[in-house]
Design a binder for this molecule. Sequence first.
Ligand SMILES: [Mn+2]
Length: 490
Amino acid sequence: MNEIVSPEERPEAVRAFRERIESAAEKLNQLDKAVVVTHHDCDGLTSGSIITNALQRKQIPVHTITLKQLYSEDVTRLKNLQSSIIFTDFGSSYIEQLKKELTQPFFVIDHHQKGNGEHEGHINPMEFGLDGGTEISSAGIAYNVGVALSKKNRDFAAVGVVGAVGDMQDSRTNGLIGLNAEMVREGVENGVLNVKTDLRLYGRISRPLVQYLTFSTSPILPDLTANKDNCAKFIQELGIEMQDKNGNWRSYEDLLPEEKKILTTGLIMHLHEYNTPEWKLNELIGEVYTLMHEETKSPLRDAKEYSTVINACGRNGQSTIGFRVCLGDRDEYYSRALALLQEHRRNLAEGIHLMQEEGLETFNHFYFFDAQTRIKDSIVGIVAGMLYGGGNVKTDKPIVAFARHEDGSIKVSARATSELVRDGINLGLALKETCVVLGKKAAGGGHRIAAGCRLELGQEKEFLEAFDQKLGEQIGKTTIQPVIRTRVTL
Ligand SMILES: [Mn+2]
């Protein structure tokens, strides 16, 4: 895996990337109207909203379309639009097709693995030797395009950081690095962001203390995660009041500085007692980002919580709601987004329960679960990832899960851990190569640690075997082993 190199060490790469951004911004500035076509996840909706907002501020009429995924057929459909098109958070793998089929100008803002074909309006850090997995995601690219359009757009850094965090760009380093860090710096300078090193558990602003500990998955807190009573006892024993004098539940951010210190030390001691490895302990502390213009008690005030709200919308087929929230709605769409967040949490809990009940199948180089229609295609990847968090599944192999798309085709989601990536696993590449083996009916790709693709019904067996082979090759096991499917109970 590439070592993390800061952009300061590669000034030419950053300069070339910025030049591409500047020239694209110049062209965007000339448009008389535009359509933004964006991916429906957090990084997609935030980047799409930044571009939409930036164009609107230039008085350029803009219409936005959100898609679960960009398929070849979509490209063909889009060519009938009478507008220039800006793709956000996907498109890099379709550059050749877009060039062939579209007659109107188009732009692609994407950070996934490189595609084939050269195009002036293609803005992807990977093309310039920057890491699209850690240094900058679509939201960060959109932010930089926005700023290139007008310096007044620096306030977009807040939503930009939500996209980066939503894309887990900070997960390996416990904080944003590279061009993401530069965006944070500009956001702080412009008063829209605050950054500090603190406990990084999810929900520091909007969750009551007990829930804050109970739902912690990164890291898992032994004997505390998923055990509400133990969490309450733990907090009490530290001498921290769970309610304020008016009887309201206190969140982590409501604690006094001394109390925060007591809780943090208490958690570190607790993890030590359970022989938690050092790298897991490190997950506990890191950078947290506060959006200064959001209400003090709102989940939108914390970048990670904000990203969960947006993901909940997209994954429930309600990406417009998330998109409106990113654009600034704090009224009707915002309350609908909060309701979806609740539903999303319920669906996740049910999905995890199902996988734990049924167990996984073991292949040579991955664990496998076929959810069919029982887990939504949009959350099956998260559920698979959370299984690692729950400590139920050994972290020695990636997890692959199947679910069904609405049209009956199969959604493949693969998840790995950072250790597996360190050992040479690259899920995005393995999926892409497997899709080549299967012929062009299946398109796939993604990141080293998380990737997905679509299969036609009937391709399952061929896929599983070919994927097993590709993963084996990545870790140096090139001899073809017969696939032995055994079930592991969790
Ligand atoms: Mn993304």
